[in-house]
Design a protein around this ligand. Structure first.
Ligand code: F6P
Ligand code: MG
Length: 477
């Protein structure tokens, strides 16, 4: 906590904040869905000992829900032999063993997922079990139309990029065309974040499809409140000119699996085929996190689905809905993606690199001191893309900044002269927001459903987005 900014953090006791709604309403729903999942799995287990242990875990998760709903104190984590126990418990003590309804939102929400993972880590038969895996894959299945649309677009772009055809265009025209394509790929990747499962707990198949796809994206362009994509394109294209032979790495600190991971891989593949990066390093979590975040097994599940798209997308499911077969064209487009990504991975150009710091309780202001190895690793990158709302909350320490505070100030030691170029792609799903022009927050609060002078409601639903850049290498150049 000593490295955190002095600006106070959002608390679950702030009645006007999404923190309070999360603690009172959303967490119990999320925990109930975890219990339902485990019930279903336990129901199919034939091994008596394993079944008994599964039921005991269900009871412990139910007890956790009771603790939250009855505003009990947060208790120290049991030592499950996994990273972070001592750090979480130390911070719990420093915070004076707070209660669920009066505690820093960021800390308590991270603690919640870390606590759930300990229940499985401490078991004999359920180590590594992910109570959210089922939901993650079923949402990916619901994303079929957007997946197919993007697979087609990706093939077109990748073939075009490999040809490198400039067709008599001036260098300026080529650069302008590239800039537009870069923005399109980034916007696909940005809005992929709108369908995360922790927030949209009751989406229907149709709802999910409406949020994805090119029409939805076009309509949402005006909702990007801060857009620093040009600056990000500038650094990547400059690096390409200046370091033609060396490594040029781009990192993606991942957020959600399923459709969002799919669009992250689309962006990674595009950056590699357009020569804007020579390596892309992807950073997943090591434990189930904020419902839908990517863990290494989620990669495997996504790639397995894409290896047999016909089987995956037409298999009967609980909805009872009939799924029409994919056409030969659609199959070949998905297959193109699958082959490309497998090859990039085999060539060492697409690297997966988990780190325990991503599931620590604190914000990224602590990274240079508490995860020096990771901080130094990110300094090697040309550009580090942080995906999603939670990463943004952690970059800004989930503090109640004035919304006109520059992004570079709000990210503290990750900002200027950190040696790290930070690009945040965030659809807004929490109160914290920075980098807005004066008056913008007030304007948004006055829109229907936007809130009022006390409540920044517009920032909770994922409808608005910010794309913020900080060039931490600028002074050392
Ligand atoms: O605000 C809802 C919420 O669950 C936050 O707790 C969290 O920051 C966020 O959604 C998760 O969203 P994302 O997957 O975009 O990080
Ligand atoms: Mg997430």
């Amino acid at each position: 906590m000593e490295f955190d900014p002095k600006t106070p953090q959002y608390l679950t006791s702030d009645k006007s904040s999404f923190a309070s709604i999360s603690a009172h309403e959303r967490w119990p729903v999320i925990i109930t869905s975890a219990i339902d999942d485990l019930h279903r799995t336990v129901g199919d287990v034939t091994d008596d000992e394993k079944r008994k242990e599964g039921k005991a875990i269900i009871e412990k998760i139910a007890a956790l829900k009771y603790e939250i709903q009855h505003n009990r104190q947060l208790t120290p984590l049991l030592d499950d032999g996994e990273p972070g126990v001592a750090e979480y418990n130390k911070e719990l003590e420093q915070r004076g063993s707070p209660r669920w309804h009066d505690v820093a939102w960021l800390f308590s929400e991270c603690y919640l997922y870390r606590r759930m993972s300990a229940l499985f880590a401490l078991s004999k038969h359920w180590k590594g079990y992910d109570v959210f895996a089922r939901q993650k894959m079923s949402t990916f299945k619901s994303s079929r139309p957007a997946v197919l649309e993007l697979a087609a677009r990706y093939k077109e772009i990748a073939l075009e990029a490999e040809k490198g055809s400039t067709d008599g265009k001036t260098p300026e025209q080529v650069e302008q065309a590239e800039r537009i394509l870069f923005s399109e790929m980034c916007e696909i990747c940005l809005w992929g974040n709108a369908t995360d499962l922790s927030l949209l707990t009751s989406l229907t198949y149709e709802d999910i499809q409406k949020l994805q796809g090119s029409q939805a994206r076009k309509a949402a362009e005006k909702n990007i409140l801060v857009n620093d994509l040009d600056a990000a394109f500038g650094v990547l294209s400059k690096a390409r000119k200046e370091k033609q032979s060396g490594e040029r790495r781009v990192d993606i600190v991942l957020d959600n699996s399923g459709f969002e991971l799919f669009v992250d891989l689309i962006l990674a593949g595009y950056l590699l085929s357009a020569g804007l990066a020579t390596t892309v390093v992807l950073h997943p979590k090591l434990i189930p996190w904020f419902v839908s975040d990517v863990t290494p097994p989620d990669f495997r599940d996504l790639i397995t689905a894409l290896a047999d798209p016909q089987g995956f997308y037409t298999a009967p499911d609980e909805s009872g809905r009939e799924h029409s077969p994919l056409s030969d064209k659609e199959l070949s487009e998905v297959n193109f993606l699958f082959e490309q990504w497998s090859q990039l991975h085999a060539d060492g150009k697409l690297v997966i690199r988990p780190h325990a710091f991503w599931t620590a309780a604190g914000g990224y202001w602590r990274m240079p001191y508490e995860a020096k190895d990771l901080f130094e690793d990110l300094q090697q990158s040309e550009l580090v893309l942080f995906k999603g709302d939670l990463n943004y909350r952690k970059l800004t320490s989930d503090a109640a900044w004035d919304p006109t505070t520059p992004f570079t100030t709000a990210i503290g030691p990750m900002g200027p002269s950190s040696g790290i170029r930070v690009l945040a792609f965030r659809t807004c799903k929490a109160d914290v927001v920075v980098g807005l022009p004066a008056g913008e927050d007030e304007r948004l609060r006055q829109l229907p459903g936007g809130g009022d002078s006390q409540i920044r409601k517009w920032a909770w639903s994922g409808k608005w987005a910010v794309v913020s850049f900080s060039d931490g290498k600028a002074q050392s150049n």
